[in-house]
Design a protein around this ligand. Structure first.
Ligand SMILES: Cc1ncc(COP(=O)(O)O)c(C=O)c1O
Length: 434
């Protein structure tokens, strides 16, 4: 069997730390702002046209069998068809061992994780960990003595501060599983020594990107769990080539609209000319976007997808540099006070394509209208979902959930556009602070 490409290159690749302030091309400008429109969508697909085409050709050229796993010194890497599929496989494994699985978890997750947890775990066994007011650290653990699994979803391109997890883990002996799709740098595999299983996605707008696929890391102490999970994935039906082909085709319109500035510009001008509501359009497009569609995900990845994943595993480095660089520039145009109120979680840099802002619930409608009038593409919280059952302290998390808005993604924005966006936010703040 062909050993996965990453296993060979991992040794030879020098693990370069990400530079903290890379303002190579960007010097802070203090001239008058020249642009008054932003040709950028709230998402970005981090790949060029050649890479896009290569994902198609990989379906034909991938002949070898790829292993679904790699054994490393301290961890095992397991490849899957989708992050949500890996999550459900893990939960399936844990609930087969213990049908009364007790879980402690952060309050907000990607829709697929919220649904997966609710599908496998009885709601009376799901205990919520409270987060701090800056929305970047754990604040209070549930008062329980028994817990099988801690599930953490990191947000906004950085890792949660796992305050208190050490004690809780010691007390309960729980396994810690984390969704790091929107977490911190992948130069480290786990967000903390406390994490046992870490999940990533290589889907459409992810870091790294293979237009599909996902992987997880499992500590070698949990080798038995990793082996059971590998067996389960190997027993799933393989992703049909036809499905991979159609899924890739469906991503083309989004690729053009999100990545090609000329296409985005023409689209925005058309919306303006026809006096259409941009906000309605972006929200509907995101909800119904055929490129994001994910129905059957308990599949074994096809050879083409495995080839794409192994080719692009290291791409996260360039992406992290790009996201970080642009975030730092954006941040440099915002006052400390605005950062504290609108981006309370900011610590160092945001390593996610989603340029997320938090707006107090009483100003959310006003903010959406304000940005819509300026023809800035924004979306009201498309990702993070609350659990469907009630629990003490839910109102605080609801408020947090309701205030999350995606701004245009900085990755494709010019320096002037970034300045203009920062200026819009500063203007909005001045209006509501009056
Ligand atoms: C934070 C987070 N977790 C999980 C997922 C699910 O990833 P996948 O599409 O590979 O199932 C996503 C995808 O958008 C995500 O943003």
């Amino acid at each position: 069997m062909e050993q996965h490409v990453e296993a060979k290159s991992e040794v030879s690749q020098v693990q370069k730390p990400i530079s903290k302030t890379k303002f190579k091309h960007y010097k802070k400008l203090d001239t008058e702002i020249k642009v008054h429109e932003i040709a950028a969508a709230p998402d970005y697909l981090p790949l060029n046209s050649t890479e896009f085409i290569q994902h198609f050709t990989n379906m034909i050229t991938a002949n070898e069998e790829y292993d679904l796993f790699e054994y490393h010194k301290n961890y095992i890497k397991v490849m899957g068809y989708a992050n949500r599929g890996l999550l459900e496989t893990c939960l399936d494994y844990f609930t087969q061992k213990n049908e009364n699985l007790i879980v402690a978890t952060t309050p907000l997750h990607h829709t697929s994780w919220r649904d997966g947890i609710e599908k496998f775990v009885k709601h009376e066994n799901i205990h919520i960990i409270d987060v701090n007011d800056s929305l970047n650290g754990l604040e209070k653990f549930p008062n329980i003595d028994k817990c099988d699994l801690v599930i953490i979803t990191h947000q906004f391109g950085q890792d949660f501060d796992l305050n208190g997890l050490d004690e809780f883990k010691k007390k309960t002996g729980a396994i810690v599983m984390e969704d790091r799709v929107q977490g911190g740098t992948q130069e480290i595999k786990f967000s903390s020594p406390l994490a046992d299983i870490t999940l990533y996605s290589m889907a459409m707008d992810k870091r790294p990107i293979a237009l599909g696929g996902a992987f997880l890391y499992m500590r070698k102490e949990n080798k038995e769990i990793a082996e059971a999970i590998i067996k389960m994935i190997a027993s799933y039906p393989p992703e049909p080539i036809r499905k991979r082909f159609i899924d890739l085709l469906k991503k083309i319109p989004t690729y053009l609209l999100y990545n090609k500035k000329r296409v985005t510009y023409i689209f925005l001008k058309t919306i303006q000319m026809l006096k259409l509501n941009l906000l309605d359009f972006t929200n509907t497009y995101r909800k119904k976007n055929p490129g994001f569609e994910r129905n059957n995900f308990t599949l074994k990845p096809s050879k083409g997808l495995m080839k794409s994943m192994s080719q692009h595993y290291y791409d996260y480095r360039n992406m992290e540099n790009l996201y970080e660089e642009k975030h730092m520039l954006f941040r440099s145009y915002l006052s400390d006070d605005i950062i504290r109120r609108f981006f309370p979680w900011y610590r160092d840099a945001g390593l996610t394509p989603y340029n997320t802002i938090y707006v107090d619930e009483k100003f959310v409608k006003k903010f959406l209208k304000f940005m819509n009038r300026s023809y800035v593409c924004i979306i009201w919280n498309p990702t993070y979902k609350m659990f469907n059952f009630d629990y003490p302290g839910k109102e605080k998390h609801q408020k947090f959930h309701d205030g999350i808005i995606y701004l245009p993604c900085l990755a494709t924005m010019s320096h002037e556009e970034i300045r203009y966006l920062a200026d819009r936010i500063t203007k909005f703040d001045a209006i509501v602070s009056k």
